[in-house]
Design a protein around this ligand. Structure first.
Ligand code: AMP
Ligand code: ZN
Length: 155
């Protein structure tokens, strides 16, 4: 993708502070970190978001599997070595979810100290379901998950 900033980083056209690089995945520090050590886990293939991930070719499957693997390993490196005390994983899909770079990536954000960080968007409980809404959204989501699993036929 020509104007994609992360594709440019993958190609080495703009610099990054790399923590890991393989044929398929690259990990580098976020230039605008939420915390010290804030890392981005990025596939070298250009997919805009999780809905755009293609799993048709061996390369696509291997890229996706390594992406998940390296995300776990990066989080483990953060929390099992004393580098930090905890970590959040964040991944944004589309502008309404806060996405600013249109190339799939996962944030691994180290957390330090004993105080619980406020992550209001995730745990505020600010939204309450109206009567009957739980069963409607549960059915919609469960049906969609089932359909995608059947269509992808990978399990
Ligand atoms: P998101 O909101 O998930 O799309 O986050 C995109 C992230 O990419 C932000 O946290 C930015 O600080 C980060 N970012 C943007 N450009 C660069 C860059 N050239 N090098 C490293 N991180 C970047
Ligand atoms: Zn890209």
């Amino acid at each position: 993708m020509e104007n994609c900033i992360f594709c440019k980083i993958v190609k080495g056209e703009i610099p990054s502070t790399k923590l890991y690089e393989s044929e398929r995945v690259i990990v580098f520090l976020d230039i605008n970190p939420i915390e010290k050590g804030h890392a981005l886990i990025v596939p070298k293939l250009h997919w805009s978001n999780l809905a755009e991930v293609k799993l048709d070719t061996e390369k696509e499957i291997e890229t996706y599997e390594e992406l998940m693997y390296v995300m776990r390993v990066t989080a483990k490196a953060v929390i099992s070595t004393g580098i930090a005390d905890g970590a959040n994983i964040l991944q944004c899909n589309n502008a309404c979810a806060g996405k600013t770079v249109d190339h799939l990536h996962f944030h691994v954000i180290p957390r330090y100290g004993k105080e619980a960080v406020a992550v209001p968007a995730f745990n505020s409980g600010a939204v309450k379901y109206e009567e009957g809404e739980v069963s409607v959204i549960t059915k919609k989501l469960a049906d969609a998950i089932k359909k995608i699993i059947q269509e992808e036929d990978l399990l």
